[in-house]
Design a protein around this ligand. Structure first.
Ligand SMILES: [Zn+2]
Length: 501
């Protein structure tokens, strides 16, 4: 009796479940759809921030402009700026109303940028008008160097003398300018693959190095880099430097430790001149083509800098074209011995390859305890590493324009970091080497990320979260982070007010 009654009850429950489950999708289709979209919005970068007073109306202004620009691109895809190479699109981007708003927005910090590439090319070109600059233009060589008296190793001529005689000068000025920049009329044609882009990229660095490493110019260049960031509403910088050998006209040169001090002194001066700029820190980033002995030396220099400038010196990285460089695994045993005081900020996974030592650098970077990862372009191909990155709260420094100009992705809508934005991973957006490809400061990269790496629906909260992330994932200590966040919030309120008015 009891058995048959319980069977009947079971049967009734089962039938009810069948009825419910077949009815659920039909009845709740629209609710489910809305719920899924809402959950995705909350999951995405900035999606769980609540609107503060004034932010919703400011957001309406921003989003009307953003959607208008994207929808025009939808009608004419070739006109969508973020799908075009930045070198070609730059002038049009400057006309975008969204870009103009982003320029005015406080953006927090730049956490991934390189020493001799932080200043726009027009400023670098103007350095060639300083006294004592010599040029050697012979045997297919074009070299610049400051001297009191030129050496005998090349046919050096004073550039200012050549400029007094247009016949002697010829097209020299134009050739000098072209060697300082990757900007060309047709970048897609000029830089057909990653290697051609990197060859020109490195040629620019090599050409400008003797121009910029004259100590007075180096100081002025770094100061100008800070000024361009400040003008672009950035308030803090973590700079990677090769720590090249600076020189004086009398032949004096400087050690890495002395250069670290020069950086610190210029930073302190800049903070005095611009009190709302909170500062900068230095990451020593030598080239990833070193022997083990050279790496040991670099680690030795790193320890000295950390000891002497514990608050200014932030940590260690290795740079250069990762596809051609020595993988981190080769250096792992030495790097494991680094003191716990030294934070690591490795470039890793800046590649299109999959299953190579280059993308596996991501695994080594995480295992070696990296605080942040530069680029991480290949991270979505490594689900386990991606999971560890989230658990350990390691931020990825995404540099959209760099990845495009250096040939990893043509159309930024296809940049793999869109997954990191849609799933709310710890990310920051940075500018890498803006001076080399005709860029300046940070706003262009924020624009590209906002318009193409994030959803059409990603709003002002995503931009705010990006700026806040740049403080959260910086190497500032906890007290300084609180102060920086307070200052950011004050600037943010002013920006929201201005946007509303
Ligand atoms: Zn970089």
């Amino acid at each position: 009796m009891f058995t048959s009654l319980s069977n009947v009850i079971k049967l009734m429950v089962t039938m009810k479940l069948i009825i419910l489950s077949s009815a659920l999708p039909a009845d709740n289709y629209w609710n489910n759809r809305a719920a899924i979209l809402h959950e995705e919005e909350v999951l995405s970068l900035g999606g769980n921030l609540t609107f503060l007073p004034g932010e919703r109306s400011a957001n309406n202004i921003l989003m009307t402009l953003k959607k208008k620009e994207i929808d025009e691109g939808f009608v004419k895809p070739s006109k969508f700026l973020a799908s075009n190479n930045f070198i070609k699109a730059k002038n049009e981007i400057e006309k975008s109303d969204v870009f103009k708003i982003i320029k005015r927005m406080p953006k927090g910090a730049v956490l991934h940028s390189h020493d001799t590439a932080i200043v726009s090319v027009d400023w670098v070109y103007n350095v060639t008008f300083l006294d004592n600059l010599y040029v050697c233009d012979s045997n297919d060589k074009l070299l610049l160097h400051f001297f009191d008296e030129p050496k005998n190793d090349c046919d050096w001529k004073l550039l200012s003398d050549l400029r007094k005689n247009t016949e002697l000068l010829g097209d020299l000025d134009e050739r000098i300018f072209q060697k300082m920049t990757m900007v060309v009329d047709d970048p897609d044609m000029a830089y057909a693959d990653v290697d051609t882009a990197w060859t020109k990229f490195m040629d620019v660095f090599i050409f400008i190095e003797p121009l910029l490493t004259y100590r007075p110019v180096y100081e002025a260049h770094y100061y100008e880099g800070l000024r361009q960031l400040h003008e672009d509403n950035v308030m803090y910088l973590e700079l990677r430097s090769l720590l090249p050998t600076l020189y004086e006209l009398d032949g004096t040169t400087y050690t890495p430790l002395e250069l670290c001090e020069i950086y610190k002194n210029v930073t302190d001066k800049f903070k005095l001149d611009y009190p709302d700029f909170i500062g900068a820190k230095l990451i020593y980033a030598p080239l990833r083509f070193m022997s083990i002995d050279e790496l040991k030396n670099a680690i030795n220099e790193t320890n000295k800098m950390k000891l002497k400038f514990p608050d200014f010196f932030a940590g260690f990285d290795l740079v250069g074209q990762e596809d051609k460089g020595i993988p981190l695994i080769t250096y792992a045993d030495e790097l494991k011995k680094m003191s716990n005081d030294i934070e690591m900020y490795f470039h890793a996974g800046e590649t299109n390859w999959y299953g190579a030592s280059i993308d596996e650098n991501l695994l080594d970077a995480v295992l070696l305890g990296a605080k942040r990862i530069g680029h991480g372009f290949a991270i979505v191909k490594h689900p386990k590493v991606l999971k560890m990155m989230r658990e350990k709260n390691i931020a990825i420094e995404i540099c959209p324009i760099s990845n495009q100009v250096l040939g990893l992705v043509k159309d930024l809508r296809n940049h793999p970091a869109n997954i990191l934005f849609s799933e709310g991973y710890p990310v920051v957006v940075s500018n890498d080497d803006p001076g080399i490809w005709g860029g300046k400061a940070l706003s262009y990269d924020f624009y590209e990320a906002f318009m193409s790496l994030m959803s059409r629906n990603a709003d002002i909260r995503a931009l705010k979260q990006l700026a806040m992330n740049s403080i959260t994932y910086s190497s500032l200590n906890e007290d300084d982070k609180i102060k920086a966040m307070d200052l950011f919030n004050q600037k943010w309120l002013v920006f929201v007010d201005e946007l509303n008015s």
